[in-house]
Design a protein around this ligand. Structure first.
Ligand code: T46
Length: 137
């Protein structure tokens, strides 16, 4: 089951009259050391992103503002999540196909990654992912 591979992680949320603060510590809140941080913004509400998996990369995806849909698929099983809380993120291990769509206006995604950017780590064909995972559909 894909729900046994991915993980919804609730982050600490400290709220006082000034507002709220959340934080993420490597190996405490997420199960890897953070080597890279990137973020997606100015997203066209009709656009679709992702459409790939990673051979080694582990990531933690948070919707900092607005909302979007995250489709995750391990070649056998899939799930679609609606992300809209800055104090909650999704841990996505390697070998998981991901697609992001239905971005609200002003949506901002923050992604923490376990490795530096490496194009060779991308699996850009779904059939290729199925070959890696030895799955027949
Ligand atoms: C993922 C989802 C959630 C870099 O030069 N460095 C980087 O660290 C990244 C992430 C991207 N790029 C370049 C590569 C492309 O020329 O930025 C351009 C857009 O990247 P891409 O089309 O891969 O973006 P998304 O939104 O489809 O996917 C990204 C990540 O690449 C991917 O790992 O899991 O966000």
């Amino acid at each position: 089951m894909i729900t046994e591979k991915i993980q919804t992680i609730h982050l600490p949320k400290i709220t006082d009259p000034r507002g709220s603060l959340s934080f993420i510590e490597s190996q405490r809140h997420i199960p890897f050391n953070i080597k890279r941080v990137y973020y997606l913004y100015d997203l066209d509400t009709d656009s679709e992103r992702g459409g790939h998996a990673h051979t080694d990369l582990e990531q933690f995806i948070i919707c900092l503002s607005g909302s979007f849909h995250l489709l995750l698929d391990d070649g056998k099983d899939k799930t679609e999540l609606h992300l809209n809380k800055p104090w909650e993120g999704i841990y996505v291990p390697n070998m998981i196909w991901r697609e992001m769509k239905n971005f609200s206006s002003g949506c901002i995604l923050l992604v923490l990654a376990s490795e530096f950017y490496k194009e060779q780590d991308y699996i850009r064909s779904y059939q290729e992912l199925l070959k890696f995972t030895n799955t027949k559909r």
